[in-house]
Write a protein that binds this ligand. Structure first.
Ligand code: AMP
Length: 292
């Protein structure tokens, strides 16, 4: 246990930090047994306003909620050559955010806690795990689902909260929970954006001012696309592509229309417009709902 902790691993109204799964698990189990509702918010840290919104959302869930934030930069979901080493890890700032937002429990495991030697079992995301983000990031979703499954087992939440910002992640987590009979509810929270529409992301910190300005085109393109949804799929994609073309330094990886479960785009009903692009060496993603 680390600063702020108590003998029984939990103190109402105070932040308690655990890094060992075997120490946290009995704490949440006991709280659940006492009728509290455990709500898990998994993050990789570098907490921003988007994460704060997830925590606020968690706290508004009816019942006697105990919000649990996990902070873990999961090596399994980074491919070779990605930003695992340079990913920001401002732990003290993150703990301060959690304090300000009224979080009771923070889980900050080390890699050795989550993947001790000999730990080789992985969750397979299935075909959707190889599409969209998965096409560019091999193994990303298997690694993400593996850590989410472990977090769900360790914490045993009644509810877990995820952002729509990572829509494919949210979709795959929902599917895993359904397919593998995890006994909890998954809640999705709409994306929190900057004033110019840009989705907040820990990776935005990599952008220099000119790249940050150019990156604003992603959300503008999505808005341009959705604004012509009454004219059909081709017009949506053309409008979004036209906007993206206005920033030559933004290298588009994909722009796709899908249905709300990320299957083929529907002729009518709820769809999703998704984009991924590189700005310099930084990969950015965004998505919005679109109705047909
Ligand atoms: P990360 O720390 O980037 O792994 O994100 C942790 C959680 O926060 C995920 O469920 C993300 O989808 C969510 N999240 C990240 N950015 C935002 C945002 N701008 N708005 C809402 N949720 C977000």
């Amino acid at each position: 246990m680390t600063p702020g902790s108590t003998r029984n691993g939990y103190a109402p109204g105070r932040l308690t930090v655990h890094s060992e799964p075997a120490k946290l698990a009995p704490v949440t189990r006991a709280l659940r047994g006492a009728g509290r509702k455990i709500v898990l918010i998994p993050t990789m840290g570098a907490l921003h306003e988007g994460h704060r919104e997830l925590i606020r959302h968690a706290r508004r869930i009816p019942g006697s909620v105990v919000p649990v934030v996990s902070i873990f930069v999961n090596p399994l979901q980074f491919a070779a050559g990605e930003d695992l080493d340079r990913y920001p890890r401002p732990l003290e700032d993150d703990l301060q955010v959690c304090r300000e937002e009224g979080v009771d429990l923070v889980f900050t495991p080390q890699v050795e806690h989550m993947y001790p030697p000999g730990s080789e079992t992985r969750i397979a995301a299935g075909p959707l795990g190889d599409e969209l983000e998965g096409a560019a990031r091999k193994g990303h979703f298997d690694g993400m689902l593996t850590v989410v499954a472990k977090l769900l087992h360790i914490v045993g939440p009644d509810v877990a909260v995820f952002g729509e910002k990572d829509y494919q992640q949210l979709t795959l987590v929902r599917r895993m929970v359904r397919d593998l009979d995890f006994p909890l509810r998954i809640v999705g929270v709409p994306t929190v954006r900057e004033d110019d529409g840009m989705a907040l992301s820990s990776r935005n910190a990599y952008l220099d001012p000119e790249q940050r300005r150019a990156a604003g085109v992603l959300s503008r393109a999505l808005v341009a696309g959705t604004s012509v949804s009454a004219r059909g799929h081709d017009e949506v994609l053309a409008a979004a592509r036209g906007e993206l073309a206005s920033e030559p330094d933004v290298e588009v990886d994909y722009l796709e229309l899908r249905d709300a479960d990320l299957g083929p785009a529907p002729a009518s009903g709820a769809g999703r417009l998704l984009v991924a692009a590189r700005v310099g060496s930084t990969r950015l993603i965004d998505n919005v709902p679109v109705a047909f």
